[in-house]
Design a protein around this ligand. Structure first.
Ligand code: ADP
Ligand code: TMP
Length: 238
């Protein structure tokens, strides 16, 4: 596997070409941002921990029949993935009220929903990732009706799989953000990452936050929360 030209540097990861035109190399950074880059910092070893946790979740999802972009993990901070044409959408799955949902609807954080909800946001930093509904996404030509239905179906299925898995690890899956793309055959595949950066994980007994809200809200022990999640998932300390 050769690390080729840098294609894109995002807030948390850098994407490189590889020798294979169908694959990319993802480099996971320690950089952390919140509020669309308004708050910036670093979380020691976050890149290593998020790479490992994402690989773990993607391998688990693959075993459960979900197609993901994961190919291999050549080093602690690097992941080889299938190159996708990403939908410019952030797909947020929620089981329990928190964050922007609680603010928007005036619902206290921690209220458990009778059934999960799916929200779509336009992935556009300049516009601050506004929320949009499936008709808006269709009107804007971001995806077809069938693709939107498939993205929502996959989101709900992934939520079910991960919620049940995490329950065994004494972690409540409050909400999380997914990104999907299409491969060259048009198949919809789960891309990006699944880590404490883009999920809310609460300890099932104490409701202690084990995710990036510790950074966003200055709660302290940010590294410790990431470490604890990695330990619960893989048994590893780092
Ligand atoms: P951001 O762009 O939000 O700052 P990152 O730093 O995580 O985020 O950068 C990763 C970028 O790579 C994101 O824009 C994401 O949509 C994109 N991406 C994720 N998986 C793939 C993939 N398999 N193929 C192409 N692009 C991808
Ligand atoms: P929210 O409550 O702020 O809308 O966040 C919902 C979930 O989505 C939460 O787990 C964090 C994640 N998320 C991202 O991964 N990226 C983002 O840009 C935002 C706003 C949220």
């Amino acid at each position: 596997m050769t690390k080729g030209k840098q294609l894109y540097e995002g807030k948390a990861k850098i994407m490189y070409e590889t020798g294979n035109p169908d694959e990319l190399l993802v480099y996971y950074k320690d950089d952390a941002t919140a509020g669309n880059g308004a708050k910036k910092g670093t979380i020691a070893d976050k890149g290593i921990m998020n790479n490992k946790m994402t690989a773990f979740f993607f391998e688990y999802l693959e075993k459960q029949g979900i197609a993901t972009h994961y190919v291999s993990m050549p080093s602690e901070r690097e992941m080889v993935v299938k190159k996708l044409t990403m939908f410019p959408l952030e797909v947020v799955m929620r089981n329990v009220a928190a964050g922007s949902f609680s603010k928007r609807y005036g619902v206290e954080e921690g209220k458990v929903f009778a059934s999960p909800t799916v929200e779509l946001f336009l992935k556009d930093d300049a516009l601050n990732d506004p929320m949009l509904n499936s008709y808006d996404a269709l009107a804007l030509g971001l995806a077809t009706k069938e693709e939107i239905a498939e993205i929502e179906r996959l989101g709900l299925k992934i939520n079910d799989i991960l919620k049940n898995f995490l329950k065994e690890k004494k972690v409540d899956l409050i909400d999380f953000k997914l990104e999907f793309g299409k491969d060259s055959s048009g198949k919809i595949i789960l891309g990006d990452e699944i880590s404490p950066d883009n999920c809310r994980f609460w300890d099932s007994d104490t409701h202690e936050k084990l995710d990036k809200d510790r950074f966003r809200r200055d709660l302290g022990n940010v590294e410790g929360a990431y470490k604890e999640m990695l330990r619960r998932l893989t048994g590893e300390e780092r």
